[in-house]
Design a protein around this ligand. Structure first.
Ligand code: TRP
Length: 454
């Protein structure tokens, strides 16, 4: 059977943007920005995305397009079968992330409906408490996984490419419209000030906290560290410039994250809501509060949560595709049953997160502090020090053959990016061990099943 490919270069770019733009940009980014002091965090994040994210995404593209195989097979295909374990780490990470990502996706589904009916208008905080854990959350987690598996089952061209071609432009259009509307609400000005004036004194004092988080956020947001970009670029067959595609994707992804801030902050400040209450419920509770108090809140709420939903779906399909691609490349099974079977397995892994938000937080903390930096680090060592000249060769394609930029990229990966990621991993591990985050929150309380159902 011949391997699938994208029909066009734009199709690939949109799918990659669809993978990158997701809950990371709209749900995590504005609130991490708030937690770490607004504009100050924004500056560090922008630097991290550009100086670390871009070289790293290029490294994944090199592996994917050169091998034209799934994450695990790619390392064998490039003649380094011993490095297959890196792909296995990636597969595992994808499984792990999607299990709780889908639970949050389920919340978003719920909020689209809740905005339409005004269900959360009376008491946004209590609403979040009631729907975020328990059987309700479990049911919506299931619905979200069914949607994701359905799109992946349709395949690269008919499923992923067609879906993202529609999804990505709608995300941008709706978010842009909301950002423009936000300008008109009275009292929004304080939000812009907060978002756009960095405090460098603060940066100097909190740098050890801000930097690892900004780097982790850049990885998560760019879908690095679990082979999503390796898998997507493995469906490329042309010789276009990977650097140009990578830059487009990084810029686009950053643009959407920043744009989300232009919706969230004016909205919060105009309603006098403190932006730095952190935690997974923050975006839901505070935006729901804003929508419940604004004129036309239902329409705006539906528009906003619909964007979040589309963004979450187009990212989740990339997470599932990585694992599906591995299975169908290696075993004699069809795409649809594979997507269904793996979707079911991931659903099961997400059950604890759906029943208890503490579990979701634990899954998320391990992702940020351990799996992502570890797996990005391994890919970078492989591309920088093992592939070396072959990687340079791949990067030079489509750029008129210029050698200097490609070699400069290689050395950036070998030294600067590698050290930065190593530092991130070290600080992440420190956080995990110091805060006891490595231990799962097993004091699980079966009452949640009953509590939220009454
Ligand atoms: N980038 C997506 C977001 O911002 C999430 C995501 C998709 C992801 N694929 C990934 C994160 C792979 C890490 C690794 O929501």
């Amino acid at each position: 059977m011949t391997r699938e490919t994208w029909t066009t270069r734009v199709g690939f770019i949109l799918a990659a943007v669809g993978s990158a733009v997701g809950l990371g940009n709209i749900w995590q980014f504005p609130f991490k920005t708030a937690e770490f002091g607004g504009a100050t965090f924004l500056v560090v994040y922008l630097l991290a995305a550009l100086c670390i994210g871009l070289p790293a995404i290029l490294a994944e593209f090199v592996v994917g397009r050169r091998a034209n195989l799934n994450v695990v097979g790619a390392f064998r295909g490039l003649g380094h079968p011993r490095w297959r374990f890196v792909g296995v780490v990636g597969l595992f990470t994808g499984f792990w992330i999607l299990s709780y990502y889908s639970v949050v996706g389920g919340w978003v589904l719920r909020y689209v409906a809740g905005s339409a009916t005004g269900a959360y208008f009376a008491d946004p905080a209590a609403y979040f408490g009631a729907i975020s854990a328990g059987l309700d959350a479990l049911a919506l987690h299931a619905v979200f996984m069914v949607l994701v598996a359905g799109i992946v089952a349709l395949g690269v061209e008919d499923g992923i490419e067609k879906a993202t071609r529609l999804m990505v432009p709608s995300i941008v259009v709706i978010l842009l419209a909301l950002a423009l509307w936000a300008v008109t609400i009275p009292g929004a000005g304080a939000g812009y000030t907060y978002y756009l004036s960095p405090n460098f004194g603060e940066l100097a004092s909190d740098i050890d906290e801000i930097v690892p988080f900004a780097v982790g956020q850049a990885f998560f947001s760019l879908s690095l560290g679990m082979g999503a970009m390796i898998t997507y670029s493995s469906y490329l067959d042309g010789d276009d410039s990977l650097a140009a595609d990578g830059a487009t994707i990084v810029l686009f992804n950053t643009f959407v994250g920043v744009l989300a801030g232009f919706v969230v902050f004016p909205l919060l400040f105009a309603q006098g809501i403190a932006p730095d209450e952190s935690g997974p419920g923050a975006v839901f509770v505070s935006l729901a509060t804003a929508f419940s108090e604004l004129p036309a809140g239902r329409v705006l709420g539906v528009a906003f949560f619909l964007v979040v939903l589309i963004a979450a779906l187009s990212s989740a399909i990339s997470l599932l595709e990585v694992v599906v691609s591995y299975v169908i490349d290696n075993y004699d099974v069809g795409r649809a049953p594979t997507a269904a079977g793996l979707g079911a397995a991931i659903f099961l892994l997400g059950v604890p997160s759906a029943l208890d938000v503490a579990w979701l937080g634990w899954f998320d903390a391990l992702t940020y502090n351990l799996y992502l930096p570890l797996s990005v680090l391994l890919v970078l060592v492989f591309v920088g020090w093992v592939l070396g000249a072959d990687a340079v060769d791949e990067v030079r394609k489509g750029t008129g053959g210029a050698e200097t930029p490609a070699v400069a990229w290689l050395w950036t990966v070998r030294v600067v990016v590698l050290l930065a990621v190593f530092g991130t991993l070290a600080l992440g591990l420190q956080t995990l061990f110091l805060e006891g985050g490595i231990v799962p929150p097993i004091d699980f309380d079966p009452d949640v099943l009953i509590r939220y159902e009454s």
